[in-house]
Ligand binder design. Structure first.
Ligand SMILES: [Zn+2]
Length: 273
């Protein structure tokens, strides 16, 4: 690679060489097998910094439900999933947003949020694990930075590294939050997050059927009160197709019996706003 860089250096100003060197370096460091063959020019460190900034923005725009018992519980379930997941180079954070809609999302860098409205719809811990594991799946597969790379390409990297245009970052954040929506992942991303999520929840010891039941609940709400699912459906494929696929995955997992922790979950549910 040195020879290549020397050749490039002769024809380019020093600053551009730094960028190219970083691009070559980042592209050369494929992470886990699940991210093989995908273009992602943002390093893990950059992703974490971006996640910190985005999470500040989220916490400005949404009310975080600040109940110690509830947040400790959600953190506990979330971190148990993190222990078995494919990406261990970052820290993960879980928080509850006080909102009646049914939604959950992951920011770059491992910042995961679930709405209190979705938690209230669930019956037990295996279903909550299904939601959180799906979001962890988005993070381990690096879907958000893949999307950003596809949307903004090398301009993003150049701006992040050189800080050439301070407005670029601000406009990036406001673009993403403009519609109250978040990075819309592709359908393939969603199915991958479901697949990884089912595998992670099962690896922790949860009954993987919790994941199918959770999707069944979303389907029910979709039919009864579609307005509560507006945000989720804007970013996710049709629930019926997700159910079909997750059923197939769950059927292939050995021993579908597993942890439910229904009583504990019900107690926590009683503390939701
Ligand atoms: Zn998703």
């Amino acid at each position: 690679m040195n020879r290549v860089m020397n050749i490039i250096r002769e024809f380019m100003p020093a600053r551009a060489v730094i960028v190219i060197a970083l691009v070559v370096f980042v592209a050369g460091c494929a992470t886990t097998g699940i991210n093989k063959g995908q273009v992602n020019i943002i390093s893990s460190d950059e992703e974490v910094r971006m996640g910190q900034d985005f999470s500040k923005e989220v916490e400005k725009q949404f009310e975080i439900y600040d109940n110690v018992e509830v947040s400790t519980y959600v953190q506990g379930v979330g971190q148990s999933i993190v222990k078995v997941c494919d990406r261990q180079d970052i820290e993960y954070h879980f928080a509850v947003i006080k909102k009646d809609d049914l939604n959950a999302f992951a920011l770059p860098g491992g910042y995961i949020y679930i709405y209190s409205g979705l938690m209230k719809e669930l019956d037990d811990e295996s279903q909550l694990a299904g939601v959180l594991a799906h979001e962890v799946g988005h993070v381990t597969a690096r879907h958000s930075t893949e999307r950003l790379t596809a949307m903004y390409g090398y301009q993003l990297l150049i701006n992040l590294i050189l800080g050439d245009d301070p407005n670029f970052y601000a406009s990036l954040v406001s673009n993403i939050f403009a519609t109250g929506g978040f990075l819309a992942y592709s359908r393939a991303n969603e199915y991958e997050a479901d697949r990884l999520g089912a595998r992670y929840a099962h690896a922790v010891g949860y009954d993987p059927r919790g994941m199918t039941e959770l999707l069944g609940k979303l389907k029910g709400t979709e039919e009864r009160e579609p307005s509560k699912l507006e945000e989720l459906l804007a970013t996710h494929p049709p629930t019926s197709e997700r159910i079909n696929r997750v059923n197939g995955i769950v059927a292939g997992l050995p021993g579908s019996e597993g942890t439910r922790n229904k009583e504990t979950y019900q107690k926590i549910k009683g503390k939701l706003p």
